[in-house]
Design a binder for this molecule. Sequence first.
Ligand code: SAM
Length: 334
Amino acid sequence: MILERQIDVVNKIKISDSFGRTFKTLRVSLINTCNLACAYCVDPSASPIPKGGRDNASKLSPLGVGDYIKIISALNNLLEFDTIRLTGGEPLLYKQLVPLVKGISNLGIPTLKMTSNGTLLDNKAHDLKNAGINSINISLDAVDPDISYKINQRKNLQKVLNGIDNAIAAGINIKINCVVMKGYNDNHIIDILEYCKQRNISIRFLELMEMGHLHQNFDELFFSEKDILNCISSHYQLTALKRKPNATANYWKTDDGYTFGIISNVSNPFCNDCNRLRLDSYGNIYGCLSDNSPISIIDCIDNEQQLLNKLMKALSQKKQKFSGSKLSMMHIGG
Ligand code: SAM
């Protein structure tokens, strides 16, 4: 694959591959642990399920606020990001989250978003909004306590729902992400759609991706975009909407005017115009979810040429189609 490096008129370096792909969104996995044990991230046969994520958190987030700001700023100087998304693991377990958000906001990157399970959001929503978070994607795979417990092994659905309400009250734009898994929540799609529709919250259903431990029984769990659409179209007439460039989801409108999305990484891969770069909590970058080889940038933050070479290497990792990964999403950042 041909990789290009160009100097444009204002002397900014641009890197792109032969498909025109570059890096415009940075996903930062702030911390390598989570306080839930969702079936798609954590192998249920692995024991024991780690509890007390908050206490373990500092050991698993080696980078401090200053380190993150330095790394993100150096990358942004070369790439001029449109968006930073803070994720994990669970980003709300990162103890210095609010100062970090403030620091990233001061870099002037247009959009600062977060992906979270929402369990610790209820009393932090206002601070995060004031610090500069524009929008949060909340993972909500069920609105029924038993189904929720079956998926994430924790009894905290009500806390998540409170967190959603508080974030909306704080003026944060909320989107719901729901991973659909056969045998877990595939018969709950309409209930969760109705929950979001009644509150006018946007929902995207996610096809399960073959990551981490899921290699063993992926086919048994996979519920496709077509299956999801069949289920919803037995309740509503649907109109497909045009996909926006670089978007992760395709969208449909119901006959009563509600719009929902499906992120179908397996049925309809969106790799052709993927503009994402990932940074893990140890200072490694990854150019593609399908390539789990870490590229450490921790020692070359002050050296623009070396950093650029590493970014070119990360860009060369980008595949044309998602081909699975041995890494669970909680390590590489969802
Ligand atoms: N803890 C946060 C959360 O729950 O949103 C952030 C990290 S989580 C890994 C980010 C997203 O990845 C979630 O929306 C989750 O649903 C999704 N995810 C994780 N593993 C997945 C898989 N194998 N297939 C599809 N989505 C997955």
